[in-house]
Design a protein around this ligand. Structure first.
Ligand code: PLP
Length: 466
């Protein structure tokens, strides 16, 4: 870490932070006695805090974001050049990087055609929700306004996206929520007993889990259901890949009942799951809407995209004499050129450095290491995920699958931090549950980085659980 801040500057930063910053997701009471962690610098996979302590960041900026790693000069240069030339103009007009990034993105997404720029994952999801509602009015006489979402999935922090929120811990005390959002069951094989489907496995289970969505559609009335919104691999809800057979059946159901399929790639998108650019591309899914945010520019600039098909776009340009016919929506900062300028470089880096392939290889190595830890630590009930998007579920007993206490999970996270590795915890489906250790290192991770992360997890599990 370079010493650009002296000790006085640093203590001023810490005091200012303690006095005035309201951190996201954080319970602030502990800061009254201790200090917040302030991240001063990052390079590659590593970050340094205000005390000069070095960490391997195994969660890419805490929330699976910095896919290409820290300190990328070429992204900084591209953003600088772009904002000096033209920093902002509302997206009612075009910009060079917005046009070029849209073209590049669509090249990676066969079947898709239009990119709507915005600046957060929540907002991108809201745009799709609004389109679904408008389509209900345009095409279905005001019916088909309902949007189905899945238990454990998360789609954002705004009130409408929370109305589609499958994680109760995040939602409690923020209601009432928007109407016409309907929850469907999760599809997690490890906890299939919760679905009454423990007699099934593999493909049979996957089809039965999807059929539970059909039951809800029939209960609600298919003529009232406009869209189904799902994460391709559930992130904060516990790192959950859908079982075999699930996606084919989901798509059949959507087709049968004329329901639009919205895939939330806010976490999975732009390489995180390895080999493919997007999570949905592993499973033969043909979505109507795809939303993405975190990895689009790896956090170097705020950018999110709502991507849809020409068929959907056509619905919004059919009648120029009708003042209400188009999508009457704007996102002010969707017009910032820094976002697509950074996103273009980010994508070029992933291509030139072969990071989709590296993600697959390092993901396999990490999963292998975690499976080896499962043999050693009975507390690990399940190892899962795809690419460099992995989780391990901690349970008191492998037969009952009773989750370990959250305080012990947080102790493992803290112990890894003390060992110089930042990891995360996921699963906010039920308050106080949070029993999944989550890993999403940058796609540049080396074998040594991966082994260092899993060694720290091994040591931390031994310290906390023996
Ligand atoms: N969708 C998913 C799957 C997410 O994990 C998140 C954030 O973690 C969001 C949407 C919301 O994105 P943002 O925080 O950028 O609004």
């Amino acid at each position: 870490m370079d010493g650009t801040l002296n000790e006085n500057d640093l203590s001023r930063v810490v005091s200012a932070d303690k006095a005035h910053v309201w951190h996201h997701l954080v319970q602030h009471k502990p800061f009254e006695t201790g200090d917040p962690r302030i991240i001063i610098e990052g390079k590659g996979m590593r970050v340094w805090d205000q005390n000069g302590k070095e960490y391997i960041d195994a969660v890419s900026g805490a929330v699976w974001t910095v896919n290409v790693g820290y300190g990328r000069e070429r992204i900084a240069n591209a953003v600088r050049d772009q904002i000096m030339k033209m920093c902002y103009f509302a997206q009612a007009a075009g910009s060079i990087p917005a046009a070029l990034f849209a073209e590049k993105l669509i090249e990676k997404m066969p079947g898709m055609s239009r990119v709507y720029y915005t600046n957060s994952g929540s907002e991108a999801n809201e745009k799709a929700f609004k389109m679904v509602r408008q389509i209900a009015h345009k095409k279905y006489g005001g019916k088909k306004t309902k949007i189905l979402y899945r238990e454990r999935d998360y789609h954002g922090s705004t009130l409408a996206t929370m109305s589609a929120g499958g994680q109760d811990e995040r939602n409690m005390q923020y209601g009432p929520f928007a109407p016409d959002f309907v929850r469907v069951p999760h599809c997690m094989e490890y906890r299939k007993h919760e679905l009454g489907l423990d007699h099934l496995s593999g493909r049979e289970f996957g089809i039965a889990a999807a059929n539970q969505i059909e039951e809800i559609i029939l209960r609600e009335g298919p003529e009232t259901v406009g869209a189904l919104c799902l994460e391709p691999v559930t992130a904060g809800g516990g790192v959950i890949e859908a079982p075999e057979g699930y996606w084919d059946r989901v798509q059949e159901i959507c087709k049968q009942y004329d329901i639009l399929l919205h895939i939330d790639e806010v976490v999975c998108g732009v390489g995180r799951t390895g080999t493919e650019w997007f999570g949905y591309q592993h499973y033969g899914i043909k979505p109507d809407f795809v939303t993405m945010a975190k990895g689009v520019a790896s956090g170097y600039a705020a950018i999110a995209c709502m991507v849809t098909t020409e068929e959907v776009f056509e619905l919004f340009k059919s009648n120029p004499s009708d003042k209400l016919d188009h999508f009457r929506d704007i996102s002010t900062f969707g017009g910032c050129t820094a976002g697509p300028a950074a996103a273009l470089e980010n994508m070029a880096i992933i291509e030139e450095e072969g990071l989709l392939e590296n993600c697959t290889a390092m993901g396999a190595r990490m999963k292998g290491n975690l499976n080896a830890l499962m043999e050693k630590h009975d507390i690990i009930g399940d190892v899962r995920g795809k690419g460099l998007f992995l989780g391990i579920e901690l349970v008191k007993d492998r037969t009952t699958k009773e989750p370990v206490d959250e305080k012990h999970v947080m102790a493992v996270v803290a112990e890894c931090g003390a060992l110089g590795v930042i990891i995360g915890a996921a699963n906010r489906s039920i308050p106080g549950r949070n029993n999944v250790l989550a890993f999403s290192p940058a796609l540049i991770a080396t074998a040594d980085d991966i082994d260092a992360i899993t060694d720290a997890v091994d040591q931390a599990l031994t310290k906390v659980f023996g």
